[in-house]
Design a protein around this ligand. Sequence first.
Ligand code: SF4
Length: 244
Amino acid sequence: MLKIHSLDTFGTHDGPGIRLVIFVQGCPFRCVYCHNPDTQALTTDKMQLLDTAEILELLTKEKSYFGVTGGLTISGGEPTLQAPALIELFRECHRHGFNTCLDTCGAIFNQTINELYDLTDIVMLDVKHIDPIWHQKITQNNNENVLANALYREKSGKELWLRYVLVPGWSNQVEYLEAWAKYFADYKSLKRVEIIPYHKLGVFKYEALGRKYELEGVQPPNGEEIDQALIIFSKYLGNKVVVV
Ligand code: SF4
């Protein structure tokens, strides 16, 4: 059974084409800008439980919208906290002809996660900062496992997308943008890099949860700041880089 926060039956932002996007509960990171803090706990009294057969039924209903590129994306929260259930689900997806995407922060690295990656058609990995100290400040964890997951994917030769949330004062330092892009410049599995400008859409959720919002006063990046990141990333990663 997968512990689920919510579903988007017509997702167009998390992977190619039109997708069923399932946002699962649970995340080991505590990102300062998290816009889904209500997904961080692994269990809540509002969560839904769905098994593989129920998810396949949803996919079958939507099949005609998927075309060649669409399919299933599991996002969160952090999906790999529920890796055993996803391994079973992704196996069945392939048996029924549905492609699979995993939107992950890369927090956990072990053999089970390796197995899940092998069953995933596109891994969309958030590398939130290249510097371990800044990564720790942003997520409360260092980036060792994140980079190990990226390398595992590269060695497997299967498709990898990277995502980067651009936050003024936190993740827009020129030297680290350069270092981030250089780090992945030779990755052959890397097909797309998404720069995601920070936004404040989830701030109201912190109030509802009675939690302090750490980025009070931080504004979304302006056009110039976004262009700067795009130019730096594109210098090393070419036209794979997009702002979304
Ligand atoms: S990894 Fe994603 S879900 Fe987890 S805390 Fe960070 S932004 Fe939120």
